[in-house]
Design a protein around this ligand. Structure first.
Ligand code: AMP
Length: 292
């Protein structure tokens, strides 16, 4: 466990890669002000006692586990692969991917059990071995640094185990998925020691509230609409809102305005149903921050 002298919090963020941009965007949206200066190692926040540390993706779980930093933003898969003892504080809704085993399109393999005695190339050996052990499959794990998708064509392996998001890399390399090991997304993680430290925990909690407010706001839209009073029961059933929608009488008799927050995931479906229920003049606004 590293000894830390100053009272500023530290958060580790990927220095350059898939998660970097969205990680810093999220922190900025949570109200933190900092300059990146080409992502030099350290960026102090001007308006919060927090320093951002830009580090290699694979170093983040251990830095957080060992207390080199208090917090980190990293793919859940990276923590799982490192076997790090850290606390997951929030799912951040980006960096979605799936760890899959894939085989060439023309392979005769149909189930993971048929991998017995065959070679699987991967940069995620721990996750793969756990899966194979759990399933009782005795396959050979060929550890590689990256570029697993090329391994079957080079006859380095019969199958690969790799992260996919859109699936286009598999398609381009004539591979098809055989099994899904797990799904992943970017997460905010915390060092258990920092979380239990009275000098650090309150600031971590305050930062957590900011990030949560930003995440909640991002997945909600504020919907305002007009509807005949008679349509209110139908509109209310479609728009549950956070607790219940706000209903305001309009100057026009028998008409009301309804305001509510709607989850982004169901947003379009809700909009169509609102229209069908007799709503008009539907306005949709982004929400800047949202605290429950
Ligand atoms: P990078 O170091 O830039 O390759 O970023 C790797 C991290 O991005 C992984 O650990 C995952 O959490 C995440 N990720 C999201 N989609 C993918 C993908 N299709 N392939 C690899 N990593 C992905």
């Amino acid at each position: 466990m590293a000894t830390r002298r100053d009272d500023r919090l530290r958060i580790a963020v990927q220095s350059s890669g898939r998660l970097t941009r969205e990680s810093t965007d999220l922190l900025r949206h949570a109200g933190l002000e900092f300059d990146e200066h080409d992502r030099k190692l350290l960026a102090p926040c001007r308006n919060f006692g927090l320093d951002l540390l830009f580090v290699r993706n694979d170093d983040i779980p251990e830095y957080v586990q060992d207390g080199v930093v208090d917090l980190g933003i990293v793919g859940w898969n990276t923590i799982r692969e490192a076997g790090a003892r850290v606390e997951t504080l929030a799912e951040l809704r980006f960096g979605y991917c799936t760890l899959v085993i894939a085989v060439p399109q023309n392979s005769r393999l149909c189930t993971p059990a048929e991998l017995a005695g065959l070679r699987v190339a991967t940069a995620h050996p721990r996750s793969l071995r756990e899966f194979l052990d759990r399933q009782g499959i005795e396959a050979q794990v060929v550890e590689i640094r990256g570029g697993a998708e090329l391994a079957p064509a080079l006859d380095v392996a019969d199958a690969i185990c790799d992260l996919v998001s859109t699936g286009s890399t598999l398609r381009v390399n004539d591979l098809r998925p055989l099994a899904t090991l797990y799904e992943s997304q970017a997460v905010l993680i915390g060092c258990p020691t920092s979380l239990a430290d009275d000098r650090r925990a309150p600031a971590i909690r305050r930062l957590g509230i900011r990030i949560d407010a930003s995440l909640t706001a991002r997945r909600l839209r504020y919907v305002m609409l007009n509807a005949p009073r008679s349509a209110l029961p139908a509109v209310r059933s479609i728009l549950p809102g956070l607790r219940s929608p706000t209903v305001i009488p309009l100057a026009e008799p028998d008409m009301v305005a309804v305001h509510a927050a709607v989850e982004e995931d169901v947003f379009w479906d809700v909009l169509e149903r609102l229209k069908a229920a007799g709503s008009s003049d539907i306005l949709v606004l982004a929400i800047e921050k949202m605290m429950r």
